[in-house]
Design a protein around this ligand. Structure first.
Ligand code: PRT
Ligand code: ZN
Length: 286
């Protein structure tokens, strides 16, 4: 029988769509059998298990699944021994301590002796211990943000992304405990064949990520300025320079990183570049 790798992904919720989109961008088709626990990928030796995110570290630690996609917040809260293979760049949020906005907050010492409601008791306790604060942790499983309003707690520790949930509940972010994103995790040991499948998957994910982080740039420039322009464009090796039909002009093609993008564009224009086109890259194989 063909060896397969079992991957655990969130069944529904905030990580579900991005997880499946990533697999799709890696050329791995997943027919979404409604409400199925397990689905075979169409063109890659992968079996997808759909689970609650809270259960994913345990399943991977127990090797029910070989690898999984889960938020760092859940991974570190559950304290399971699952190595991180690579960060995935989605599901970004932070685990923060928040307090009623009218509080007179002067620093973490404010929390001394307070009641703090959270679904992340382990991460909160680690933070408090590190900062030598003694507080009472109330573990609750949902709607943590309403705890101060109903008199259940003086503060909360919960996930924040835009901050609008805190705002709506009259709370303000006081301390960040953890910055989190979705990560690919693995069981400690895999068979040689499974390691090979994982390496193929990681290679595809990295190609997708590199493509996302980079843009293809095309521009026209007078030949006299080509040297200056090429020095601004590192590219995968060096820029491609092609003559244009118009004498004395060339077309330059290269790849630039999304982050350096606006700076470089301004410098290119200053160096005489015209007709600059920036094009997304579908996949990038180093
Ligand atoms: O059913 P299952 O247990 O699988 O799902 P779940 O309800 O436990 O998790 P889900 O789908 O809400 O979140 C899955 C993962 O997404 C989390 O573990 C995080 O890694 C990540 N993530 C990213 C978030 C958020 N952003 C987020 N904003 N998870 C939850 N939130 C919640 C937060 O708890 C709060 O209620 O959104 C609210 C705050 O959002 P803002 O934008 O108002 O600040
Ligand atoms: Zn959950």
């Amino acid at each position: 029988m063909e060896t397969k790798l079992k991957i655990a992904v969130q069944k529904s919720g905030r990580l579900y769509e991005d997880s499946l989109k990533l697999l799709k961008e890696c050329g791995i088709g997943v027919k979404n059998g409604m409400n199925k626990l397990k689905v075979e990928a169409e063109n890659f030796p992968l079996e997808i298990y759909f689970l609650r995110d809270d259960d994913i570290p345990q399943y991977v630690a127990d090797k029910v699944a070989d690898i999984g996609i889960v938020g760092e917040n859940v991974l570190y809260e559950k304290q399971k021994d699952c190595p991180v293979v690579l960060p995935l760049g989605f599901g970004k949020c932070r685990l923060s301590i928040a307090i009623p906005k009218e509080s007179n907050y002067t620093g973490a010492a404010f929390l001394q002796g307070k009641n703090i409601a959270t679904s992340y008791p382990n991460l909160l306790q680690q933070y408090l211990s590190k900062n030598k604060i003694e507080a009472i942790i109330h573990e609750i499983s949902g709607s943590v943000e309403i705890a101060p309003g109903i008199g259940l707690a003086d503060a909360i520790a919960d996930l924040v992304s835009s901050g609008s949930t805190l705002f709506q509940n009259g709370l303000a972010e006081a301390e960040i405990i953890l910055r989190s994103q979705a990560v690919l995790i693995r069981h400690q040991t895999l068979s040689t064949e499974q390691e090979e499948i994982l390496a193929r998957l990681v290679f595809r994910i990295q190609s997708v990520q590199k493509a996302r982080d980079n843009k293809y740039v095309l521009l026209n420039a007078p030949n006299d300025n080509i040297e200056k322009i090429c020095s601004l464009l590192p590219g995968m090796r060096s820029p491609t320079v092609l003559p244009l039909a118009e004498a004395g002009w060339s077309s330059v093609h290269s790849v630039i990183s999304e982050t350096a993008f606006w700076d470089i564009i301004e410098q290119l224009k200053a160096a005489g570049a015209e007709g600059i086109l920036i094009i997304p890259i579908e996949k990038m194989i180093a």
